[in-house]
Design a protein around this ligand. Structure first.
Ligand code: C2E
Ligand code: MG
Ligand code: MG
Ligand code: MG
Length: 292
């Protein structure tokens, strides 16, 4: 009977919901101890300049090394942490780890690139961002220009004036601001015009949208031209193929981030990649001729 079917549906729905709530509760119970136990780890994903294939930066992306569930990607916990407020604590931890990496490169005399960290909208509205970040860099003895701040596009719509004020202040202090996920749905060109940012990160849906049409290509070209007109740098996210890279190159996009070049990776692995990038001759010295 129809009634029976509904019952089954609700029973099933109930079960899914209950399991989800239990899982969420387990995550919430575990987050503070996990932070204290060092279970959160940063991975670095390189950004490359298309013209000469030089690595010009890296994005720090958090992973949760969970004792029971293994390595967890941000999608599994960031949205929850954004809702319950834990994100502000986790982000400060991530920024601190990124600074520790930058300082370590300096102290060991290794090649270095600026590291971009993600800033949640909660960080902007609920903390003294400029004070905290300045204090952090001072503690690590780093210039503000070594840390780039990625602020997702959707954050700009909520309270534009407060964001404009915070971002202006951060830029005056020397931080580089990247507008993340541009084109993912909330932005207007008007907003972009008003926002004091340095770099535009094109959302991956731009480059990944299928099928590729002349109109798509023209839209991307238009956005990139506009960014350049406003003296902004452009980084395209989610570049996975040589064709996508070529399409970006011909319309004047200067930098890319994506699986085509490299996935996010542990810091140690990233250091080896960076050494090959700018200090490759050093690394290969001593190898017999012909072996690269
Ligand atoms: P995002 O800031 O836009 O970061 C880029 C995401 O795209 C990363 O996912 C990266 O692994 C992924 N990606 C890079 N290249 C490619 C590609 O070629 N193809 C595809 N399909 N994906 C690519 P990830 O690491 O899973 O992070 C997801 C999101 O979680 C981030 O998006 C960011 O919004 C958030 N997130 C990550 N770490 C942090 C953090 O420390 N703090 C905060 N607040 N958010 C974070
Ligand atoms: Mg980002
Ligand atoms: Mg994002
Ligand atoms: Mg993004």
């Amino acid at each position: 009977s129809i009634k029976g079917q509904y019952k089954k549906y609700f029973a099933c729905y109930d079960d899914v919901l209950r399991r989800r709530l239990l899982l969420e509760q387990e995550i919430v119970d575990g987050m503070e101890p996990a932070l204290a136990a060092g279970q959160f780890e940063i991975y670095l994903q390189p950004k490359y300049r298309i013209a000469d294939r030089q690595m010009v930066g890296a994005e720090a992306l958090v992973r949760w090394n969970h004792p029971k569930w293994g390595l967890q990607s941000p999608a599994a916990f960031i949205p929850l942490f954004e809702r319950n407020g834990f994100i502000t604590g986790l982000d400060q931890y991530v920024w601190d780890r990124a600074c520790a990496v930058l300082r370590d490169w300096r102290e060991r005399g290794l090649p270095s690139v600026p590291i971009s960290v993600n800033v949640s909208r909660a960080d902007i509205y609920n903390m003294d961002l400029a004070g905290i970040l300045t204090g952090l860099l001072q503690r690590h003895g780093l210039p503000p220009s070594s840390l780039h701040l990625e602020i997702t596009e959707s954050a700009y719509t909520e309270n534009p004036q407060q964001i404009i004020d915070t971002v202006s202040q951060l830029r005056r202090l020397g931080f580089v601001i990247e507008m993340d996920d541009f084109g993912s749905g909330y932005s207007s060109l008007h907003m972009l015009h008003k926002m004091p940012v340095d770099i535009l990160k094109l959302d991956m849906k731009f480059i990944q949208s299928e099928p590729v049409t002349p109109v798509n290509q023209e839209i991307m070209k238009f956005v990139i031209n506009l960014a350049h007109l406003m003296k902004l740098g452009v980084v395209a996210e989610g570049v996975e193929t040589a064709e996508q890279l070529e399409r970006l190159r011909v319309i004047g996009c200067e930098c890319v981030q994506g699986y085509y070049f490299a996935q996010p990776m542990p810091v140690g692995e990233f250091e080896r990649l960076l050494a090959e990038n700018t200090g490759g001759r050093e690394l290969r010295r001593g190898y017999p001729a012909g072996i690269q």
